[in-house]
Design a protein around this ligand. Structure first.
Ligand SMILES: Cc1cc2nc3c(=O)[nH]c(=O)nc-3n(C[C@H](O)[C@H](O)[C@H](O)COP(=O)(O)O)c2cc1C
Length: 319
């Protein structure tokens, strides 16, 4: 076990919020709502699995909450996917807009089925009140030790909301109220140094850096945006140098909190690079799920790669 300022991780490789959904498939088999790699990688082997951001109420976002699809409806499902997620420029552009089932259904349907994983629950809200009520709900539903931490997502672009004005109040109210250590997820597009200082001043246990980078792609012929929300969050290998810059600048600015670094992590060398920049652990995002459709049959090989990566990180400590 690794102890990051009160956050217990099984090793230094965790998964980033959302990429492994709620940590379990909807039904018995990992077809819907979960990465194909979960069929080939034991999710208990990750340092922790960070659950998709949940909100006080279910949200469609820019996607859908519909869960059963007839074969004839698959084209409609693919259309919705294309409006929320596109492969772009050595990465992925997504705007799901916090499409999620809401915290109550998470605790009813997924929490009891994922008890063997080390879990971090990501919470998203638009006010200090919402964060306070999410934390209250977690406190009442999650027994002591059943979550490694909660992560506050106040850094997502594709919900089209300016989090800057609420961050301080969110931390002041919700961090002391939480029975679980709090991770603050930082955006490279906001003033992350100021937010990290606020985190240190308000009892946050660790930082997660970085969330996706705000981006835009247009159809070159028509000018139409590729995503339904026009703007999206860029993830994957395209953003690794930005993630490294943010981690390094946080350390240069004297931030002492543990940093869980993510942004384009695919290989053990990526993890080591983030370690040299100042990170204490690494987070696997797009690499844990996003692959072009044509490569889905290669999921067993991809699973092998991830299992090897976990083994390599198990034998690693930064710097
Ligand atoms: C499809 C998709 C959905 C995401 N959903 C969330 C989310 O619900 N909450 C969150 O904090 N981050 C979310 N993220 C951001 C990732 O957790 C991660 O911070 C980001 O993708 C950067 O890591 P990567 O380059 O390894 O993918 C999402 C990313 C992708 C690609």
């Amino acid at each position: 076990m690794i102890d990051l300022n009160g956050i217990s991780l099984r090793n230094r490789l965790i998964t980033s919020s959302s990429l492994l959904g709620y940590g379990a498939p909807k039904g018995r088999f990992a077809v819907l709502g979960l990465s194909p790699i979960s069929n080939f990688v034991d999710l208990r082997r990750f340092g922790a699995v960070t659950v998709r951001t949940v909100t006080t109420q279910p949200r469609e976002g820019h996607f859908t909450l519909k869960e059963s699809w007839r074969v004839s409806e698959i084209p409609e499902l693919l259309r919705l996917y294309r409006g929320a997620l596109q492969e772009a420029d050595a990465g992925w552009l997504n705007a799901f807009g916090w499409s999620n089932i809401g915290i109550d259904r998470y605790f009813d349907e997924y929490f009891p089925r994922t008890t063997e994983q080390n879990r971090i629950l990501s919470l998203g809200g638009f006010s200090a009140d919402e964060f306070a009520s999410l934390v209250e709900r977690v406190n009442s539903q999650a027994p002591s030790g059943s979550l490694a931490a909660v992560e506050f997502n106040v850094s997502c672009h594709n919900v089209n909301f300016d989090f800057n004005p609420i961050i301080e109040e969110v931390l002041k109210r919700a961090v002391p109220a939480s029975r679980f250590p709090v991770i603050l997820k930082l955006s490279p597009d906001f003033d992350y140094l100021a937010h990290a200082r606020l985190a240190e001043a308000n009892g946050v246990a660790a930082l997660s850096a970085i969330n996706t980078v705000k981006g835009l792609r247009l159809d070159p012929k028509s000018g139409a945006p590729l995503l339904k929300n026009r703007y999206g969050g860029l993830s994957g290998r395209a953003i690794k140098p930005i993630g490294l810059r943010v981690v390094s600048e946080l350390r240069e600015a004297g931030i002492r909190l543990p940093i869980i670094a993510g942004g384009g992590v695919r290989t053990f060398n990526d993890v080591r690079e983030y370690g040299w920049a100042g990170a204490d652990a690494a987070s696997l995002g797009s690499e844990a799920w996003l692959k072009p459709l044509w490569s889905m049959p290669l999921a067993p090989l991809h699973g092998l790669h991830i299992r090897r990566l976990i083994r390599q990180v198990e034998g690693w400590s930064p710097r």
